[in-house]
Design a protein around this ligand. Sequence first.
Ligand SMILES: [Zn+2]
Ligand SMILES: [Zn+2]
Length: 288
Amino acid sequence: MIKSQVGNGHGDFRCASWRWPWPKTLNDRMALSIFTLGGLFLMWYELILILPTYYSETSSTVIAHWVFMLVMSFQIYSNMFRLITTDTSIKTDNQPPILLSDDWRYCKTCQVKVPPRSHHCVICDVCILKRDHHCWFAGYCIGYKNHRYYFVMLIYMTITAIYCNLFNYQFVVTVKGELGVFNVISFFMPHFGYVFLLYDTYTFLITTLSSLGFLLLLIFLWLSQIQLMQVITGQTQHERKKKIIINNVGWKTNLLDILGPRWVLVWFLPWIHSPPPGDGFTISEKKI
Ligand SMILES: [Zn+2]
Ligand SMILES: [Zn+2]
C-alpha cells in the first residue's frame, strides 16, 4: 500500500461541516420538495388509507406496521437532513498553502488546488472532496463527508419500497381485481382505462400510484446495486464510469471508508459519530 504525501500533518484542511441545505437551482428545489412531500404522502397512503382496509381494529399487527413505517421514515428523513447539511466541498479558505503532491490538480473555476478524487460540480459550483455524484433530490453532491448518509438512506428507501409494494398488493387487487391482461396493460399505462372510461377516478389514482410505486422500487434497486458495487470496489461514480480502480483495499475496508468505524451504529442513528478514516485529502492507493 502506498500513501500519497498529501494532507496529514500540514495543518487543518477540513472545512466547517455545516452547510445551508437549500438547493441552488430550481430543479433541485423542486426535487427536494417532491422528496419531502412525497414521503409524507406515502406515510398517509400506507397508514391512513390502506392499513384500515386490512385491519378494522387496532391490534399489535397494526401497531407493528405503524412502528415500521415511522422508523423507516425517521431513518430516511434524518439521513437526508444530515446529507444536505454536511459540507463536503473544498473551500478556498481551507486551501493548503503549498501544492503537497504531484497528483493534485488545479480547478480553474474554484481557483484552488484540489486533491485526487475531487471533482468540480457545476450545479453546486464548488469542488467536492472525493466526489461521487450530484444527487438531485438532495440538491447537493455526495462526497467524502456525506456519502455515509446517502448510502444508509438509499438502503432504507429500498427496504421501504419493497415493503410498500408487498403491503399494497392485496389492496390493489381489491380495487382492480385479480391479475389479468387488462390489469397488466393498465399497470404500465394507467391513463389507458381512464381515457376509455373503463374505470373511475379512484381506480385510476390507485392504479397510477401502484405503477409509480413499482417504478420507484425498480429505481431504488438499480441505485442500490450501483452503490453496493461501488462501495465494495472502493470506487466513486466517476471512477466506475472510467473503469478506474485505484483504491480497492478489500470490501470490508472499502465499506468502512464510507460508514466509518461505528459501521453498525450508523444504521440506527445518523448523529452517531463515525467519521470516515483519513481526512479526504490523503489517499491510500493500491494499484490493481
Ligand atoms: Zn472547482
Ligand atoms: Zn453538486
